[in-house]
Design a protein around this ligand. Structure first.
Ligand SMILES: *Cc1c(COP(=O)(O)O)cnc(C)c1O
Ligand code: SF4
Length: 315
């Protein structure tokens, strides 16, 4: 059961450092955005290796306390685009529902780590969606929408199905990467038996995240599966890792959708990769992989009408 797996997550830094046989503890610290890591991911971290790409994504480093110019609490201006406390709309035709603040894992560079999550029954949100016929798609985000039980998701789907102008429900999730058991028969049933088209977008940054169980859970989804990744220093900022990641995805029928330039959230400065380097990587990927295996390299610029392609001009 996925709920049981979730309860077994590492949440105590000392316990995890013991488990990883890390002797030098000075690089690590507790922070207000607490450690939260599924066992499956912890098991993949190489023992006593401070440079492990999974360790870097999930273990809080003292570097997070550094404040840097340009790095803020709400780098993408979520707050400015709230239609209601849990419905964000930045772009035409699609809006994003913050379904929950809960996540199966805490990624240190998360741009929404300071978001003021409100518990909601989505009444106000659903009324807003109902009253806006230009909306064709609702993105379920968070937090992680798969933190909700299948029963709650079903209730939400039933309400969305009743809004005639809606055609698509999109999941933005990282859940199966840590706990693939989350893709339950009930969940499959839900997306198979709705008039709404489901699109599944998984957040994954490194080929080590994709073991046979994780890939098998994504393979049984009866809908298109795409991915988004964040370009992260010390995690995936080199050609061979990105090539391996995207090849592994396409050879399992999964399409890389976005590669995001880091959103400049406070405490994540040590993850930033210069755009010049990102552009070089993308160019090299284009030369090495089929076109459909190379994601769009984008950044989120508050106030723009869509995600913005990173290009020479934006250096
Ligand atoms: C990224 C994002 C979307 C989705 O954008 P697409 O380009 O359609 O994938 C929608 N709403 C918000 C608020 C976003 O940040
Ligand atoms: S899973 Fe997504 S929302 Fe949750 S901490 Fe990671 S990046 Fe943030």
């Amino acid at each position: 059961m996925w709920q049981q797996k979730l309860r077994e997550n590492f949440r105590d830094l000392t316990q995890l450092l013991d488990y990883l046989e890390i002797e030098n503890r000075t690089p690590f610290t507790n922070t207000s955005f607490p450690l939260n890591l599924p066992r499956r991911l912890a098991e993949k971290i190489e023992k006593n290796n401070l440079h492990d790409p999974l360790l870097r994504q999930f273990l809080p480093l003292t570097e997070e306390h550094k404040t840097l110019p340009g790095f803020t609490l709400d780098p993408v201006s979520d707050c400015t685009f709230q239609k209601t406390p849990t419905l964000l709309q930045k772009y035409k035709s699609r809006a994003l529902l913050i379904t929950t603040g809960a996540c199966p894992m805490h990624c240190r560079y998360c741009f929404r780590q300071n978001y003021d999550y409100q518990k909601a029954e989505w009444e106000e949100e659903l009324a807003h969606i109902q009253n806006d016929p230009t909306l064709i798609e609702i993105i379920l985000s968070g937090g992680d929408p798969l933190s909700l039980s299948d029963r709650r998701l079903k209730e939400l789907f039933e309400k969305l199905e009743n809004i005639p102008h809606l055609q698509i429900v999109r999941f933005h999730t990282r859940f199966p990467i840590g706990i693939p058991e989350r893709i339950t028969p009930e969940f499959i049933d839900l997306i198979q038996n709705t008039r709404l088209q489901t699109i599944f977008i998984v957040h994954t940054n490194h080929p080590k995240e994709l073991d046979p169980d994780v890939l098998a859970s994504l393979k049984i989804l009866p809908c298109p599966v795409l991915t988004q990744s964040v370009l992260l220093k010390g995690v995936n900022d080199n050609l061979s890792i990105l090539k391996e990641l995207f090849l592994k995805l396409i050879s399992n029928g999964i399409i890389p959708y976005y590669l995001h330039q880091l959103d400049r959230v406070q405490g994540a400065g040590h993850f930033e990769v210069p755009k010049e380097h990102g552009l070089k990587l993308i160019q090299a990927l284009r030369e090495n992989l089929p076109g459909y295996a190379v994601p769009r390299y984008v950044q989120e610029l508050p106030g723009e009408k869509s995600k913005t392609a990173v290009n020479q001009r934006l250096k």
